[in-house]
Design a protein around this ligand. Structure first.
Ligand SMILES: Nc1nc2c(c(=O)[nH]1)N[C@H]1C(S)=C(S)[C@@H](COP(=O)(O)OP(=O)(O)OC[C@H]3O[C@@H](n4cnc5c(=O)[nH]c(N)nc54)[C@H](O)[C@@H]3O)O[C@H]1N2
Ligand SMILES: Nc1nc2c(c(=O)[nH]1)N[C@H]1C(S)=C(S)[C@@H](COP(=O)(O)OP(=O)(O)OC[C@H]3O[C@@H](n4cnc5c(=O)[nH]c(N)nc54)[C@H](O)[C@@H]3O)O[C@H]1N2
Ligand code: SF4
Ligand SMILES: [Mo]
Length: 739
């Protein structure tokens, strides 16, 4: 029997609605869902291969447990018992900080993320790491310092803006990030069609740059100099808007004086006249927004750049207004932050690096594993992460993992990282799981709500990912493997309801928590927790207080999603600085400026390496889908033809790329799109390691670019790794010399 299921594609941040046709348990087709309120039928090549990914024969169908050195199939009970023994032994002998947790990128897409806070609490470790410190952490720190809430990252109001200045993002390949917008190409086309303008700043003429009204080549890592030049111009030409509720303008004027466009042009490579033009255009546009993404985050001055992006949004009067930089408002609500934001509440043991948003920099995880002493990491839990391929000095981490006493991975694949695990706990198929975007709906360019229930039944006794994490949490809390995962949900629901009825601002203030609990709907504890969040959220039914409002039931009845309209001004809901004002010149930012001034003096002469994404990749884990491999999706080193000629290189030649920490051999691809002096390798490759099971990916294995990235190079304020702008040397190699 053929049937169609409507779901959210879980693969990237665009949140497209897809229509999946099935014959029994077999996926026979994936289309864009034309009736979807947000994506209206848009689909990218990755979404189209969702069926192949979901039915990949290399996905693990049950747990693996290491016995006599070999990972072998085991029952779920055996696997959880092995976890209890492994974690228990490490905690008993070495204490709680000896267990580290690494949460990878797909947590941003799964409902299982709802269980991570409880797992962290039960573990009680300071060694928490995530993909954030190889991604967007600078944005959190900058938002925390400016607005008091690290979750309040402004997003471009893409559908209404008249002018978009985009730095370090390539949404025509990535489909957008911290700006969830299905059909980014269509939305950029609409921007230009309504007379708006798009300016892209990137060391490479990407597809997005080529599409833009103007593309400015920038030297990798120098965006803060460019942006400071723009700030300087706005202030000296008196183009800045005087906004109420903004503190620190005088300090900003003082520091900006050191960054005039002429001097900045020397550093960043964008001519001074262009820098001034940017300032004037931003000031003149009816509405405008500056947006910086991964190329500016995973860089030496990531937090300073994120700060300057939002300083410009404030100075041009575009913060928190339609067409400008706005704040997302997820339908499931977001707790209001009460304590002012700070970093460095604890420090990493070996390098003394400060915590930021409760995390330590993943670039130092290997140090914590390798360095003996009190508090040494002896056990690791990875949840949806592949840090061997995704974090700096991946090979160093790879080697360090072999020294652990115990490792458990929650992951569907046996890959570069999970091959070191003693226990692998695979989540079920995508279609066997419910899907709701807890993280990303807070960053979408329209307010929407959509829930996708599981489409297929799971094998009996096979846990879904929330249950896997609930069981790990109960084990970490000392309740053992027999504890019922549903008891965790019950406890968490009771806590949340008790807080709600005690909160005068809640629609259920003063009501009976136990009675409200009986009104919750959902097939399991996870769904009931979601129901609660939706009902208490800004659009919720408030348990009858707001008739017609959202609940899980309402979402289930609307499989194409519910459109809640465009973004609304929301700063007053999020602002949580001690001063109660937007801070334009936070002390920690000012304290990092000497580093920026010093950086301006370094004249780099050699090559610098940047990354790139391809429309048909998803970090390190889509390479096993044959429908996505090959074509333009190759692990080549892009080199500007003028540089190649100088070095005697031609397309197809092999070169050794060497950095301070490592070397890889790669095939040259000539690309006039890349700036002279800059070369590019994509991340997510390196699939030829022994003991992995990725049979398709192994055929286009490529090299791990994070062999070259340097764990010592961090954005000081956030601890985020520098993954763009790595100094490298190129040496031609004989074809036979390459391993
Ligand atoms: N040099 C360089 N390095 C980079 C980047 C770069 O641009 N350049 N980009 C960085 C960025 S932005 C990010 S976000 C990180 C990503 O870093 P990671 O999150 O560490 O790596 P991913 O490649 O996303 O790996 C995701 C893992 O989750 C597993 N997985 C997939 N779906 C599920 C699921 O539903 N449940 C569970 N439990 N597991 C699942 C996959 O098998 C894979 O092992 O990489 C970073 N690394
Ligand atoms: N197809 C695909 N889509 C993805 C992913 C994927 O792996 N593949 N990963 C997802 C994830 S986890 C994320 S975080 C997002 C990221 O989404 P985006 O931020 O759009 O990421 P990229 O496409 O890597 O674009 C980054 C751009 O920054 C440029 N760049 C490098 N260094 C600098 C610099 O110093 N300054 C400036 N101005 N630009 C620089 C690069 O040339 C590149 O064009 O994509 C998501 N979507
Ligand atoms: S753009 Fe992203 S969400 Fe949309 S179909 Fe492609 S991978 Fe899925
Ligand atoms: Mo990312």
């Amino acid at each position: 029997m053929t049937r169609t299921a409507y779901r959210t594609c879980p693969l990237c941040e665009a949140l497209c609605g897809v229509a999946i046709t099935l014959e029994g348990r077999q996926i026979t087709g994936v289309r864009g869902d034309r009736a979807d309120v947000f994506s209206q039928g848009f689909l990218c090549p990755k979404g189209a291969t969702l069926g192949e990914l979901d039915q990949d024969p290399d996905r693990l169908t049950g747990p693996l447990v290491r016995r006599d050195g070999e990972l072998t199939a085991a029952s779920w009970d055996e696997a959880f018992a092995a976890v209890e023994r492994g974690l228990g032994a490490v905690a008993a002998a070495h204490g709680r900080d000896a267990i580290a947790l690494y949460a990878g990128n797909p947590n941003a897409h799964t409902l299982a993320q709802l269980y991570l806070p409880a797992l962290r609490k039960a573990l009680g470790t300071q060694n928490f790491y995530s993909a954030s410190s190889v991604d967007q952490l600078p944005k959190h720190v900058s938002a925390g310092l400016m607005f008091g809430d690290p979750a309040a990252i402004p997003i471009p109001d893409l559908d209404r803006t008249d002018y978009l200045l985009m730095l370090g993002a390539n949404p025509l390949e990535s489909n957008g990030s911290l700006c969830s917008a299905p059909d980014f190409p269509g939305r950029l086309t609409a921007l230009r069609a309504r007379g708006g303008r798009l300016v892209v700043v990137d060391p490479r003429r990407t597809r997005t740059a080529a599409f833009a009204d103007r593309h400015l080549f920038v030297r990798p890592g120098t965006d803060p100099y460019l942006l400071f030049g723009v700030v300087h111009t706005l202030l000296t030409e008196k183009l800045a808007v005087e906004g109420a509720g903004v503190a620190g303008i005088e300090e900003l004027c003082t520091v900006a004086a050191d960054f005039p466009p002429e001097a900045m042009a020397e550093v960043c490579g964008v001519p001074a006249e262009e820098i001034r033009t940017l300032a004037r255009e931003l000031a003149e546009a009816r509405t405008a927004v500056v947006y910086g993404r991964i190329g500016t985050s995973t860089a030496e001055f990531g937090t300073l750049t994120s700060w300057l992006v939002d300083v410009l949004n404030v100075l041009t009067g575009n913060l928190d207004r339609p067409g400008g930089a706005m704040f997302g408002q997820p339908p499931h609500g977001r707790p209001r932050r009460r304590r002012p934001f700070t970093t460095g509440r604890w420090r990493s043991r070996v390098r003394g690096l400060p915590e930021a948003i409760g995390e330590l920099p993943v670039a130092t995880l290997a140090d914590e594993i390798r360095t003996p002493g009190d508090g040494q990491v002896r056990a690791l839990i990875t949840v949806a992460g592949n840090p061997v391929l995704s974090t700096p000095d991946g090979p160093g981490l790879d080697a360090a993992l072999t020294g652990l006493d115990f490792m458990v991975s929650v992951d569907p694949y046996l890959n570069a990282t999970t091959r070191h695990a003693d226990v692998i706990l695979p989540p079920p198929r995508i279609l066997e799981s419910g899907h709701y975007d807890l993280a990303l709906l807070g960053f979408s360019v329209r307010r929407i709500a959509r829930y996708s229930p599981a489409v297929l039944d799971r094998a009996e006794r096979r846990p879904n990912e929330p249950e896997i994490l609930a069981r790990l949490t109960l084990i970490a809390a000392g309740q053992g493997t027999a504890a019922d995962p549903a008891s965790l949900d019950q406890g968490l629901l009771a806590q949340a309801l008790a807080a709600a009825v005690a909160d005068p601002a809640s629609p259920v203030h003063g009501r009976d928590a136990a009675a409200l609990a009986t009104e919750l709907t959902g097939a399991d504890g996870t769904e009931r927790r979601l129901d609660l969040m939706l009902r208490l959220g800004p659009d919720g039914d408030g348990f009858g207080a707001r008739p017609g409002g959202l609940s899980l039931g309402v979402l289930l009845a609307n499989p194409h999603g519910i459109d809640l309209g465009p973004l609304q001004p929301a700063l007053d809901r999020y602002l949580a600085t001690a001063s109660g004002e937007v801070e334009l010149a936070p002390a920690q930012i000012l304290a990092d400026l000497p580093r920026l001034r010093a950086g301006a003096d370094t004249r780099r002469t050699g090559f610098v390496l940047i990354g790139r994404r391809n429309l048909r990749t998803n970090n390190s884990w889509s390479h096993n889908v044959s429908g996505l491999a090959g074509g333009s999706n190759r692990c080549t080193l892009q080199v500007n033809p003028a540089d190649a000629e100088r070095l005697g290189l031609a397309a197809g030649h092999r070169v050794r790329v060497r950095s301070r920490v490592g070397a890889v051999a790669a095939t040259v691809e000539l690309s006039p799109a890349i700036m002279p002096g800059v070369v590019s390798l994509p991340h997510g490759f390196g699939h030829d390691l022994p003991g992995t099971r990725l049979r398709v990916a192994a055929q286009t294995a490529g090299v791990n670019v994070n062999t070259l990235t340097d764990p010592a190079a961090l954005d000081a304020l956030s601890g985020t790794a520098v993954l763009n702008g790595i100094p490298v040397e190129l040496e031609p190699v004989e074809p036979t010399a390459v391993g």
